[in-house]
Structures are given as structure tokens and as C-alpha cells.
Design a protein around this ligand. Structure first.
Ligand code: NI
Length: 317
């Protein structure tokens, strides 16, 4: 009997603690705690009475046990509730990234054959892998140079072979989130879930651990920064926008890249569009012809930055 009651109480306490932890709003848990404490007391009083009537010596033991449990319950519940609420809320309002400086290790980025003193550009491709990506990989294979592919997590499973090709052929695979959601509009929990899921899927399929993330629409706030920091990824946007998604015209994309390329540029394109890949047929050999080394973002950051920090934003090398 005693055991059953003790178990019942322990279950209730655990349940109440848990209830307090999941809550997001700081005010609600305080209200709940007061209500719940009252409930516990009522239950305890009833059970103690029941115990007293059965066996006297054991009752003492029981009450001592009970007191300890009640004490524990009160002490653990209160701070846990406050602590949890504070820590989960903080990242959305402040920038915890600056509190802990986490450097991403770029020492194993293969930069062989790249001259850090010569001009370089990073061609980046978002929203794939798509049916056009293999053709783009063939163009790189033919002319040389490497690209960076910011892939959408939920497209990886059906484009496994392409994702593996990206990595095996020396290009960089990076995160563009799981389902192309505007992460700046999501909660920290959802953003973190989105980025971690993508990070892990990329690793599961290709064996490569992404170091960088480009949030969809280039939209980021402190929440996105914090989530990237948790994934040990830094945020990379761009310095040249080809507007390929808008023009959907190979000539326009070609001109846009050729007119705006400069040493250290991070150029935004989308391998989702066949017209962009058409443009690359000329862009890739012509940039090389102009003396640019076509490097991945990580190669550029490894060669041009003293250190790369998780959760920070980079847009050029
Ligand atoms: Ni995108």
C-alpha cells in the first residue's frame, strides 16, 4: 500500500515537473505551480490519514518519506520551471552566440591547387538537388572549378545519387533548411529542429558534415543565428544576386554573373532552374578564362578568414 502511494505521488510530482518544463510562456507556469502545489497537498493529507490508521511505526517512516518527497517536489519544481523558461526564451531576445565563441574547424578543407593570392569567386546554388543538378556537375567536371550546393533537406532522399556526386566530385554540400521555410518566422525550437534535421540528413546520405547554412530567402534573426550556432554552422548569404529565379533567362544570368564577379564574391544562383544551368555552360569556362578560381565557400573562408565562427554571418570572402 505504502509503495503504491509513494509511486502514485512520485508519478504526480514527475508529471507536474514535466508540465512546468514544456511551457513556453513565463507567466503560465507560475500559475500552474500554485494550483498544482495545492493539489499535491490535498492528496498528501488524505493519504497520510489513510496510512496512520493501518500501522503506527510505519506511519512515522511514511511521513518522513513523504516530507522529504514534498520538499523535493517543491524545491525541484520551482527552479526548474523558472530556469527552463529563461533559457529557452533568452535566445529569441538576445544574441547568445556572442557569449560563447565557437570556431568552426576549416583546417581539413582541401584547398589544394588554389592560390590564395589570386582572384577567386564562389558560385553557389540553392534549392536543389534538382533534375538539372547532374548537368551542372558535368559542366564543372568538363571545365574545372568547384561549386557550393545549398540543398533542401527534404529533397535529399529522392536525389541521393546527385547528393553523393556533389561530395564525391569535390564540391561543397551545405544546408538550406529542411523544407525551405522562412526560419526567421519560426520559434527557436522549430528552427533548431529544421536545421539539425537537415544537417543530419546531409551527413547520413553523403558522409559530409555541413559547415555552413544559407537560410531560405537569406532571412535570419537572432533565433536563426542561435540555431546555426547549435549546429556548429555559420550563416552564409551572398554578395552578388543573379536574380536567376526571376529572369529565368540564360543570357540575363550570364551577363549578371560576368558583370558583377569580383575577387571574393559569393554569387547566388539556383540549380532548380534549367536556364541557370544553361547559363553555367558559358559562365564557368568564361570566369576561368578571366582568371578567376572557382572555389567553394568553405575553401574561400578557409583561405581568406582568420577564423570562422558558428552562428555568425558571412557574405563574401
Ligand atoms: Ni532558396
Amino acid at each position: 500500500m505504502k509503495k503504491i502511494i509513494a509511486m502514485f505521488l512520485a508519478f504526480n510530482i514527475a508529471f507536474l515537473c514535466f508540465g512546468g518544463c514544456v511551457s513556453d510562456k513565463p507567466e503560465k507556469p507560475t500559475e500552474n505551480v500554485t494550483e498544482e502545489t495545492t493539489e499535491i497537498h490535498t492528496e498528501k493529507e488524505t493519504t497520510t490519514e489513510a496510512e496512520t490508521t493501518t500501522e503506527e511505526p510505519t506511519t512515522e517512516e511514511t511521513t518522513t518519506e513523504k516530507e522529504t518527497t514534498t520538499k523535493k517536489a517543491t524545491t525541484t519544481r520551482k527552479p526548474t520551471t523558472t530556469k527552463k523558461v529563461t533559457t529557452t526564451r533568452r535566445p529569441t531576445t538576445t544574441v547568445p552566440v556572442t557569449e560563447e565563441h565557437v570556431t568552426i574547424d576549416f583546417s581539413d578543407v582541401d584547398c589544394e591547387g588554389i592560390d590564395p593570392d589570386k582572384p577567386m569567386v564562389a558560385l553557389t546554388f540553392d534549392d536543389g538537388p534538382s533534375i538539372h543538378t547532374p548537368r551542372l556537375l558535368n559542366i564543372f567536371k568538363k571545365h574545372g572549378g568547384k561549386g557550393t550546393f545549398f540543398v533542401v533537406g527534404n529533397l535529399l532522399e529522392k536525389n541521393k545519387a546527385t547528393a553523393k556526386r556533389i561530395v564525391n566530385e569535390g564540391h561543397e554540400i551545405a544546408s538550406h533548411g529542411w523544407s525551405h521555410a522562412d526560419l526567421s518566422k519560426l520559434s527557436l525550437e522549430k528552427t533548431q529542429e529544421d536545421l539539425l534535421k537537415t544537417h543530419n540528413k546531409i551527413f547520413e546520405i553523403t558522409g559530409a558534415e555541413p559547415r555552413i547554412v544559407r537560410p531560405p530567402y537569406g532571412a535570419y534573426n537572432n533565433t536563426v543565428k542561435y540555431a546555426s550556432y547549435v549546429c556548429k554552422e555559420s550563416i552564409v548569404t551572398w554578395s552578388v544576386d543573379t536574380l536567376d529565379w526571376k529572369t529565368r533567362n540564360a543570357d540575363a544570368v550570364y551577363k549578371s554573373v560576368m558583370n558583377s564577379a569580383y575577387d571574393g564574391a559569393i554569387i547566388l544562383c539556383h540549380d532548380l532552374h534549367g536556364t541557370t544551368v544553361d547559363a553555367m555552360e558559358r559562365v564557368i569556362p568564361d570566369l576561368i578564362e578571366k582568371g578567376y578560381q572557382l572555389v567553394t565557400v568553405s575553401q574561400m573562408l578557409a583561405l581568406r578568414k582568420d577564423e570562422v565562427v558558428a552562428g555568425q554571418v558571412y557574405y563574401r570572402g
